[in-house]
Ligand binder design. Structure first.
Ligand code: LAG
Ligand code: CA
Length: 483
């Protein structure tokens, strides 16, 4: 049955402020396997992650991804994490013991830990220095680990990658001056495998492979070949139109971050035809769903100028759509607010230590974060509810696709329904939810729901729901949120 959808004119609409107080009780729906949802905790220190892990688990996240744990160059910028000095787990984010404790505590809470493995390169500093673990280094000399013969030395300008059309250069020259490891060599591979094994011994469940595109796929495959079955291997291969190196080459070695998904939806932030959302992930322009990880924002894209970031009012709408989409495995992002691209997480200048991480009471999409404040998306009520929504949706098909101007909606047949408003004016509509008739709570109403006690949505016998969505907001519900 098709219902007529109406998009009310902004002026005629009375905004429904849904102050749903649905909270704390049981779920009487048959329990579905929890949705696989990751959370990228950018620059979170290990002790802070450990303290947050129970909340992360309670909010439905099944695994987290950390910043790189190895020893790195000193400095205030966040990106010091991406210049390894040794594989000692002594970084600005904490000690080996703290890392191990965190992995343990998170594991006990049911949250797996994926570590960001920087394996393509070492430092990019011209001058000698000392790393965060006290290890002395030079650009091509890391005592006891690597010396100059373990690196590629290119003839290209300064040895740097300049031409992304040249496969050899992209993989065997230097990415922004970072000493490029001969990942084809036995010694380098053995050293990198030992590093991954060490992290596994502490209980890590997988790896983000940093700069995977800058290593031949066979090299990555060799490095991860002996990892135990089921270890997550998430390769960072940034897809770019017209480049010879593609994510597809890396699917033998593991899974990939599908950059195209976030890039394509970011063009829908405003103006362009919103219904194009339904194409994201559906064509051969994307890696297969079961091998792909999706994200709206990551630490690199939020520093670029095209992505949707925590600074955008539409951010929560698009993140909710990611959680509602059947394509790929979604990764939420949680970092800190910044104005300066290089700025690291806040430090206590007296001690030089990173400031404690706190999620403010004001955490959420309407918040204007001050520079340095942690954004804590893992606590935003709508996103937390959408994780339950994703679990409820399971493998139900996408149906009832509808879009008009700033509105977009769809159902996951018989299980879940979402309608969003990416625009600045309220939007009223009537939709076919495909849900069983009854009273429901709204996942987008600003409270974390564990069940529905004070419903604000009515689904009629025909599955129809009439509602109003505030600007930049989500109206969503699913079988768990039925009262
Ligand atoms: C990545 N994936 O492939 C990371 O996601 C990305 O954040 C890393 O760049 C990059 N690859 C290397 O691991 C980041 C910053 C860079 C920074 C680099 C090394 O985006 O800005 O470069 O980490 O710390 C910095 C300076 C450069 C300088 C270089 C070497 O910005 O100007 O040439 O350090 O000293
Ligand atoms: Ca390389």
């Amino acid at each position: 049955m098709t219902l007529r959808k109406t998009l009310a004119s902004a002026a005629a609409v009375t905004m429904v402020v849904a102050l749903a107080a649905c909270s704390q009780a049981h779920k009487d729906e048959p329990s579905a396997p929890p949705a696989d949802v990751g959370l990228n905790l950018f620059q979170w220190p290990w002790t802070a992650i450990e303290a947050e892990c129970q909340t992360i688990a309670d909010n439905g996240v099944t695994w987290i991804m950390t910043s790189p744990p190895q020893e790195h160059i000193q400095g205030d910028a966040w990106w010091t994490s991406y210049q390894p000095v040794s594989y000692k787990l002594e970084s600005k984010l904490g000690t080996r013991d703290e890392f191990g404790q965190m992995v343990q505590t998170c594991g006990d809470a049911g949250v797996d830990v994926v570590a960001d493995a920087v394996v393509n390169h070492m430092t990019g500093q011209e001058n000698p220095g000392t790393g965060t673990g006290g290890t002395a280094y030079e650009h091509y000399d890391y005592p006891g680990i690597y010396s100059t013969d373990d690196f590629h030395h290119c003839d290209a300008a300064n040895g740097d990658i300049t031409n992304y059309q040249d496969r050899n250069e992209v993989q065997n020259c230097e990415l922004v001056n970072l000493a490029d490891l001969k990942t084809e060599s036995e010694h380098v591979r053995t050293t990198l495998k030992a590093y991954l094994d060490d992290l596994l011994s502490l209980g890590v469940a997988g790896f983000r492979i940093d700069a995977a595109k800058h290593m031949p796929a066979v090299d990555v495959a060799a490095i991860v070949a002996d990892l135990p079955e089921g270890t997550r291997v998430i390769q960072e291969v940034i897809r770019a139109a017209g480049e010879p190196i593609t994510p597809e080459e890396y699917l033998e070695a593991g899974d990939v971050l599908e950059f195209s998904w976030g890039k394509d939806i970011s063009s829908l932030k405003v103006g362009s035809t919103f219904s194009a959302f339904f194409n994201a992930g559906t064509t051969s322009a994307y890696a297969p769903s079961e091998k792909s990880y999706t994200f709206v924002e990551n630490h690199d894209t939020e520093r670029g100028n095209r992505a949707i970031t925590y600074k955008d009012p539409q951010y929560e709408v698009f993140t909710a759509l990611m959680l509602a989409s059947p394509y790929g495995t979604p990764i939420l992002y949680s970092g800190y607010a910044f104005a300066d691209r290089d700025a690291g997480p806040a430090k206590n200048f007296a001690t030089g230590q990173l400031m404690e991480v706190t999620c403010t009471e004001r955490t959420g999409p309407t918040q204007t974060y001050l520079d340095g404040e942690w954004t804590c998306q893992q606590r935003w009520p709508t996103l937390v509810n959408m994780i339950q929504w994703r679990t409820d949706a399971g493998d139900a098909a996408v149906t009832q696709e509808w879009s008009e101007e700033d509105g977009l909606s769809f159902a996951r047949d018989g299980r879940a329904f979402i309608a969003v408003n990416r625009g600045a004016e309220p939007l009223t509509g009537t939709w076919d939810t495909t849900l069983p008739p009854g009273e429901y709570c709204d996942a987008g109403a600003g409270e974390i729901l564990t069940t529905c006690e004070t419903p604000t949505l009515t689904v009629g016998k025909d599955g129809a729901l009439t509602g109003t969505i505030a600007p930049y907001s989500v109206l969503a519900t699913s079988v768990s949120f039925r009262s």
